[in-house]
Write a protein that binds this ligand. Structure first.
Ligand SMILES: *Cc1c(COP(=O)(O)O)cnc(C)c1O
Length: 402
């Protein structure tokens, strides 16, 4: 692609795609263990630690379920446990992922309606209220949305969406995908009144891919009783049985559980509020860098700060530049960035800043994008790393307010 060939790529390889995120050494070390008895002993303890950790990040005291599955599996688990064939659900679009969940629902025999929206802003709560008000017969049984969409970089305000449902007194279950956000920003399952939340291990929870999670409310457990999409593997009733073995419907993914429990220990040591603040700062640094690239044509995807995800930032570049920057960073700097998804395939860059990531990791990656722009002959009047440094120096204060 370019004639640049300087020996800069060796050393720690940095992966800043929006999942799987960077695995901490402690998590890797915790997974380096022998397989153990699946009926007793340390396994029971590690399950309890993982369940407690999940209740902590979901902010719920209600049941949580752990699956040997990825986020897609957790999607399947959420739907099959609560709904009946032919029932109608409403999907709130704010990017690619809620729609993807809806496609899965449709393949399972549910009727799917999409409340469409663009990729630049959060779901509009008023549009949701309007749509629900028109559903006088309450045929819509569930509402699916994401907290953070990793294709668009949108962050939705789940509490506001709940209020939009309550204002019109609609009984639909609220189901939220927190795969890309859990552990990077607050999730208040009980306070917000979420009915089903899904997540996975490999993003904000800085663990290896392969574990899917579902949290369920009492209303969801009630709906579960007559859900006819239930299948044995996902089924909450079987998993709630008295034998520990039933929790996993078979052999537990032991090493993954040890890794996850270690990640929760690390999170407890840092403290959730510090973790959320760190993500907020890294997001602001990234967004500042993106703004500084505007004279090479970079356009931040989400103009309104409140709607920008804490865990991933997405921006568009003109004329095939995104692909060139991504290749340059990978080949010459050892930095892997995410490319555009769906309608933005080839047009955008996605920087994941979730989980085990700090200032030097992020500033290094932003500096490598600067280097790519420089080598490609585009010399932005302000470099992203400089802008990111200024943002971190301000410590997250809004410059307009100081
Ligand atoms: C990554 C992601 C998923 C899918 O998770 P997998 O583990 O890849 O199946 C679902 N939703 C969102 C918002 C995601 O970012």
């Amino acid at each position: 692609m370019t004639s640049f060939s300087k020996p800069l790529a060796s050393g720690p390889q940095i992966q800043l795609i929006p999942g799987p995120s960077i695995l901490p050494d402690r998590v890797r070390a915790a997974m380096h263990c022998a397989s153990i008895d699946i009926y007793s002993g340390p396994l029971l303890d590690v399950t309890a630690r993982c369940e407690a950790g999940l209740r902590g990040v979901f902010e719920t005291s209600e049941p949580v379920f752990l699956y040997a599955a990825n986020g897609h599996g957790a999607w399947d688990a959420a739907l099959s446990n609560t709904l009946c064939r032919g029932e109608k659900i409403l999907v709130l679009q704010s990017g690619r992922f809620a729609v993807g969940w809806g496609e899965m629902a449709s393949a399972m025999g549910l009727q799917v309606e999409i409340l469409s929206a663009d990729w630049h802003s959060a779901v509009n709560p008023e549009a949701l209220s309007e749509r629900l008000k028109a559903d006088k017969a309450h045929t819509i049984r569930a509402i699916l949305c994401v907290q953070v969409d990793t294709a668009s970089g949108v962050s939705n305000d789940v509490g506001e969406l709940r209020q939009a449902i309550d204002v019109v007194g609609h009984p639909a279950l609220l189901m939220v995908d927190a795969v890309a956000s859990l552990g990077t920003m607050p999730f208040e399952f009980q306070k917000w009144g979420v009915d089903v939340a899904v997540s996975a291990s490999q993003k904000g929870l800085m663990s290896a891919p392969g574990l899917g999670f579902v949290a369920a409310s009492q209303r969801a457990l009630e709906a579960h009783k007559c859900a006819d999409l239930r299948t044995r593997y996902w089924d909450w009733s079987t998993r709630n049985g008295t034998n520990h073995y039933q929790k996993y419907c078979g052999t537990p993914p032991e090493q993954l559980l040890f890794g996850l429990a270690e990640a929760f220990d690390m999170m407890a040591e840092e403290g959730l509020s510090t973790i959320f603040k760190r993500h907020e700062l890294l997001k602001q640094a990234t967004q500042s860098a993106i703004s500084s690239w505007h004279d090479v044509g970079a356009i931040a995807n989400i103009p309104v700060q409140k709607n920008q995800a804490s865990s991933v930032s997405v921006f568009n570049l003109p004329d095939g530049l995104a692909g060139k920057v991504i290749s340059f960073c990978r080949e010459n700097c050892g930095v892997t960035l995410g490319g555009g998804l769906g309608r933005w395939s080839g047009k955008s860059i996605r920087i994941g800043h979730m989980g085990h990531i700090n200032a030097p990791t992020l500033l290094g990656a932003i500096g490598c994008i600067d280097l790519a722009l420089n080598v490609l002959g585009l010399d932005p009047s302000q470099y992203g790393a400089a802008a990111a440094v200024r943002a971190l120096g301000r410590g997250g204060e809004d410059p307009d307010e100081t």
